[in-house]
Ligand binder design. Structure first.
Ligand code: ZN
Length: 344
């Protein structure tokens, strides 16, 4: 019986050493150690042994079972490890493959233009001021020499919230607020960018909400020539050194005299073409010398202080600079449109 057991062990170990799949290994386990396995069969015959032989053979049988079990477990672990290694090998990452592109956003074209204009004026000593978009009738109109029932209020169709509250129609109220803040005691040199609202029907050149940047310079001895010099510098930096400007008389209630500024057409350089409608000039912005009444209402003595103000639409600047022909492109947020203007 001892020989029988030793033969089973030898046979089993040999088979274990030869297999290379977990399935085959499991079959060996059943063949030798299962309920109907060969080792079990031998053990069943132990009843026929003598009292002295039984413990000796029992011990050997236990050793044989432990040896076979140990061999099976060891092989199982080996196969598992080999399988894992093979899997890692097959699934290894090729670091030389090109990556998947990540979509990166960028500032909106209008944001870029506003920041460019801001930088330009900051360079000339201006500070950037902001104010509320929901404004009082007083700051939006009255403080700017537009009393109630003033006919010029018709120029700006207004979104009223109550009789006294409205969505600002221009960024000029920020100028009035800043002058009041400085109490007529010190010079003001500021620009105010921001959103404004008017009851316009949206089309290629009109939007009920758009952007404005206004500038204000109040000090002693500020003259019209200072305004012209400032705007000339702005136009050349924004549109190119070769650009010329011209001022035309105009009317705004908050400036006297008032002007509109044109820049020379970049397409025809003043000859006249379809872009400039044959005039050689393109209208860019409005401005003028601050009306003495506006200075007075804000607490500045108009016999001591004078100033100029100007206002422009960044949409218009962007349209001229980049050849955009529909203002709605700025607001419908079609990424295909906006992406064209992303700075690298
Ligand atoms: Zn032209």
């Amino acid at each position: 019986m001892k020989e029988q057991l030793e033969a089973i062990q030898e046979e089993a170990l040999e088979k274990v050493s030869l297999v290379d799949s977990p399935k085959e290994l499991q079959e060996i386990r059943v063949t030798y150690l299962g309920k109907k396995g060969s080792l079990t069969k031998v053990l069943k015959g132990m009843g026929k042994l003598s009292k002295e032989e039984r413990p000796v053979i029992g011990q050997i049988a236990n050793q044989v079972r432990d040896t076979i079990t140990g061999a099976l477990d060891e092989k199982a672990e080996k196969l598992e490890r080999a399988a894992l290694e093979q899997k890692l090998e097959e699934e290894s990452i090729d670091v030389t493959l090109p990556g998947r592109p990540v979509r990166v956003g960028g500032p909106h074209l209008l944001t870029d233009i506003v920041e460019e204009i801001e930088d330009l004026f900051i360079g000339m000593g201006y500070e950037v001021k902001e104010g509320p978009e929901v404004e009082t009738d007083y700051f939006n109109f009255e403080a700017l020499n537009l009393p109630k029932n003033h006919p010029a209020r018709d120029m700006q169709d207004t979104f009223y919230i109550t009789n006294e509250l409205l969505l600002r129609t221009h960024t000029s109220p920020v100028q009035a607020r800043t002058m009041q803040e400085y109490k007529g005691e010190k010079p003001v040199k500021m620009i105010c960018p921001g959103k404004v609202y008017r009851r316009d029907t949206d089309d290629a050149t009109h939007s009920h909400q758009f952007t404005q940047i206004e500038g204000l310079y109040v000090d002693k001895n500020v003259r019209m020539s200072d305004l012209k010099g400032t705007l000339d510098k702005f136009a050349k930096k924004m549109f190119g050194e070769e650009r010329e400007i011209r001022l035309r008389p105009s009317f705004f209630p908050f400036t006297e005299p008032s002007v509109e500024m044109d820049i020379s057409c970049k397409v025809c350089h003043g000859e006249g073409c379809s872009v400039c409608k044959g005039t050689g000039w393109i209208e860019i912005l409005g401005g003028g010398m601050v009306h003495p009444k506006v200075l007075e209402m804000a607490g500045y003595d108009p016999t001591v202080y004078s100033g100029f103000a100007f206002g422009m639409g960044p949409e218009r600047i962007a349209m001229l600079k980049y050849g955009v022909n529909d203002i709605r492109g700025f607001y419908t947020n079609d990424v295909r449109f906006l992406k064209q203007y992303h700075k690298a």
